[in-house]
Design a protein around this ligand. Sequence first.
Ligand code: HEM
Length: 94
Amino acid sequence: MLQKLTYLIVIFIMLPLMLATGLTMSPAIDAGYPFLLDLFGGRQTARSIHFICAWSIVAFVVVHIVMVILSGLWNNMRSMITGRYAIYTEGGKG
Ligand code: HEM
């Protein structure tokens, strides 16, 4: 549940915000779309949000990779490539 919520936040909030604030900081883009500056309350606010999102995404990536390693690196890597995910039961390999 927490994992799904985190993915939803990263995909639907963090990444779009990152893109929108990044474009807002670009002079060429906001010359054409000046509403972006109004939307974020100016370039500096967009820059601050860009920083907050950047560090949140970096933290997400680090935690994500640590969890992939802790939950069985090779099993996870194989399942990503071939689709075969081994489930270990009390009797041994599943
Ligand atoms: C499509 C997505 C992105 C766009 C369009 C974008 C655009 C920009 C632009 C135009 C700047 C320059 C700001 C300035 O002139 O000071 C900037 C700065 C920066 N971006 Fe992005 N960016 C994007 C994604 C990311 C991502 C994914 C990260 C890191 C996770 C990131 C981290 C940074 C950092 C650390 C700075 C320096 C901020 C500063 O010193 O003002 N950006 N970005």
